[in-house]
Every structure is written in structure tokens, then in C-alpha cells.
Design a protein around this ligand. Structure first.
Ligand code: 5GP
Length: 112
């Protein structure tokens, strides 16, 4: 299995500002925040990108969204944007599925 920076965070080989962790997932602050709140939620299972996910990952992907809901509820933020970049042209730079949860400023639409 190819290693990546998020696998190193899961394995606690590099530090991260971890907000939440369970058997399936881990949430931590983005190292280069694009909004006042910018949290990443990742599965512990290595899946490079959404387009690589299988039907067996249905519950896991739903779990990530519910972790996002919990984390934001716990910090008292009701309005936020959830982003998943899939592939380089879409802006993905780390090839381990992750949800970006962004909040604390007004977001434009369409996204840049
Ligand atoms: P992507 O561009 O793949 O959708 O998002 C990758 C995100 O991971 C970026 O927002 C980037 O700032 C974040 N990131 C990259 N390396 C690290 C790291 O070592 N620690 C943390 N906390 N975030 C990282």
C-alpha cells in the first residue's frame, strides 16, 4: 500500500491537530486553512478518491458526512461548506479521500 501524508497522520507518524477520531475516521484541522474553520475528515481505510470507492464503502462514506455533522455541531457552527475534490483537475492534491469542511466566511458560487 502506497503511503501518503494522511496515512502518516492516521498512524501518528506526523502530528496533526486532531479534533475527532473513531474506528473508521479521523478529523483534523487543515494545515493551510482556506477559511477561519477548515477541517479535514478522512477514512482510516485507504481509498485514493471518490471515484475509486466501491458499493461496500457506502456506509463508510455516509459515516464521514455524519462525522462532519457531529464535529460542526460540537463546535456550534451551523453553516458550512463540504467539499470533496476528486482528481488533479478538480484540485485534489492528497490521494486519500477527504472531506473539506469550511466555515466562518461567505463562500461564492460557482466555486473557483
Ligand atoms: P486536496 O487539495 O487534496 O483536496 O486537499 C488536501 C488538503 O490537505 C489541503 O487543503 C492541504 O492544505 C491539506 N494538507 C496537506 N498536507 C497536510 C498536512 O501535513 N497536515 C494537514 N493538517 N493538512 C495537510
Amino acid at each position: 500500500m502506497t503511503s501518503n501524508i494522511f496515512q502518516d497522520i492516521i498512524d501518528k507518524k506526523i502530528p496533526a491537530d486532531i479534533i475527532y477520531e473513531d474506528d473508521l475516521s479521523i478529523a483534523f484541522n487543515d494545515i493551510s486553512p482556506q477559511a477561519p474553520t477548515h477541517i479535514l475528515i478522512i477514512p482510516k481505510k485507504k481509498i485514493a478518491k471518490i471515484s475509486d470507492a466501491d458499493n461496500e464503502d457506502e456506509n463508510l462514506l455516509g459515516h464521514l458526512l455524519l462525522v462532519g455533522k457531529k464535529v460542526m455541531s460540537d463546535i456550534g457552527i451551523t453553516d458550512y461548506r463540504v467539499v470533496i475534490n476528486n482528481g488533479s483537475e478538480a484540485g485534489q492534491t492528497v490521494f486519500h479521500i477527504h472531506l473539506h469542511i469550511l466555515a466562518g466566511r461567505t463562500f461564492g458560487w460557482p466555486p473557483g
